[in-house]
Structures are given as C-alpha cells and as structure tokens.
Ligand binder design. Structure first.
Ligand SMILES: C[S@@+](CC[C@H](N)C(=O)[O-])C[C@H]1O[C@@H](n2cnc3c(N)ncnc32)[C@H](O)[C@@H]1O
Length: 211
C-alpha cells in the first residue's frame, strides 16, 4: 500500500541510508522472482529500522516474519558485530532464500533463524531484546505484543508493521485479521509508562518504547 506519491518515496529513499549490496540484491531477486514480494518492508522502512537501532544502541533483535530475510539483513547491518537478530518464520522455501543471501553478507552471521510457528517458537525464548519487530501472522498481533512487552530490555523498542492495514483499521468487523490489528493498536495505545507513535510510513509502523 502506498500512502505517499511514489516519486516522493523514491526521493526520501535516495536521501536516506541505503541497504548493503547483498540486501539490495535480495530485494531485487525477491521482487522479480518470489511470490508475495509486496510483503517486503522495502528501503524506506529499512532505513527507519536502522535509524532506531543506532539511536537506541540496539544489540539484540527478535523478529517475527523472516520471509526472504530482507528486513533481518538490513537490521543486522545496523547492529554491532557482537549483536544478533533472531528471526522466526514457518516457510522453509523463503527461509532457504534468506539463508542464501545472508551468506553473501558480512552481517549475515549475526542472524539466527527459527523455523517454527511464532507462538511455539516464542515459548522457548526466555531472554530480553532491545528491539522486537512484529511482521508476521496478523491474527496473533495482540499475543505477540504481549510477549514483546514481557521480553523487552530497559528502553527497549517494539516496532509493529502493517498497523494501518491499507486503511482497513478505520473500521471494525471488516475481517478477523483487521480486528486483530485493531486490537493490537488499541492495546498499544492504552499502555501506560511507554511512549508510542503510530507512523503512517508505508502500511503503518507502530513504535512503542519503554519510558
Ligand atoms: C510480511 S512477511 C515478513 C517480511 C519480512 N519481515 C521482510 O520485510 O523482509 C510475513 C512472514 O510471516 C510468516 N508467517 C505467517 N504466519 C506465521 C506464523 N504463524 N509463524 C511464523 N511466521 C509466520 C510468513 O511465512 C511470511 O514469510
């Protein structure tokens, strides 16, 4: 979903931090050859994530939704050499593409993938994270937010993607996925002791930080 004219988005991208070579190749390959490439966060969101990671001195990231590994790689580029990105997905085919491209980047070694359904994978993770990026399985957004709040380091950041859902969030009862995203958004908005901003970047990036 595009909210701003494409030439404006292009201009913003051209004046923002660009992804590394392997990530650019991965984006190109995904757009040309992989089903569902509109799921990619794209360069604009990628540069925002990198900015947040640098600003928040983020060392460890938990991502829900690997797809072909683009967002995981872009985030890995911004974290220090001893940092890590754990990313979760259920699709072995797209995960294979991710592994192939991570191996082409010096930052790929910071990424560890868990190939399991999100709720199952999260049950086995007991550490805290400086940034949790929620970008999978819209029906579980409220559960992922609850988990993220319980596993956030001091000053940790939660970023949830697609929180505008092409504008469908304005109405209740559209479908189960929209209602689940609406529930996540209301849950986030009601949090006390956190700073929150729902940015209309691409399909909506909800940023939540412990105050
Ligand atoms: C929007 S894509 C992620 C895009 C990725 N973050 C990027 O920008 O490069 C969503 C991913 O969630 C995965 N997914 C869907 N349901 C899931 C579940 N129950 N558990 C884990 N992953 C799931 C899909 O296989 C898909 O790859």
């Amino acid at each position: 979903m595009g909210w701003i004219p494409s030439e404006i988005e292009e201009y913003c991208i051209n004046h923002s931090t660009r992804p590394g070579e392997a990530a650019r190749e991965l984006q190109k390959y995904t757009k040309e050859s992989v089903h569902g490439s509109n799921m990619l966060i794209g360069e604009m969101e990628g540069s925002v994530l990198k900015f947040l990671i640098t600003l928040g001195r983020v060392k460890n990231v938990l991502e829900l939704g690997t797809y072909t590994g683009y967002s995981a790689l872009v985030m890995a580029e911004a974290i220090p050499h001893d940092g890590k990105v754990i990313t979760i997905d259920i699709n072995p085919k797209t995960s294979e593409i991710a592994q192939e491209y991570w191996a082409k980047s010096p930052h790929g070694k910071k990424i560890k993938q868990i190939l399991k359904p999100g709720p199952e994978a999260l049950k086995e993770i007991h550490e805290t994270f400086d940034l949790v990026f929620i970008d999978a399985d819209k029906n579980n957004y409220p559960n992922y937010l609850t988990w993220a709040l319980d596993h956030l380091s001091p000053q940790g950041i939660i970023v949830t993607d697609n929180t505008l859902w092409s504008g469908k969030v304005l109405q209740s009862g559209v479908d189960a996925q929209t209602d689940s995203i609406r529930k996540h958004n209301d849950q986030a908005a009601a949090l006390e002791g956190y700073i929150k901003t729902l940015l209309p970047i691409r399909d909506g990036m909800f940023l939540i930080q412990k105050g």
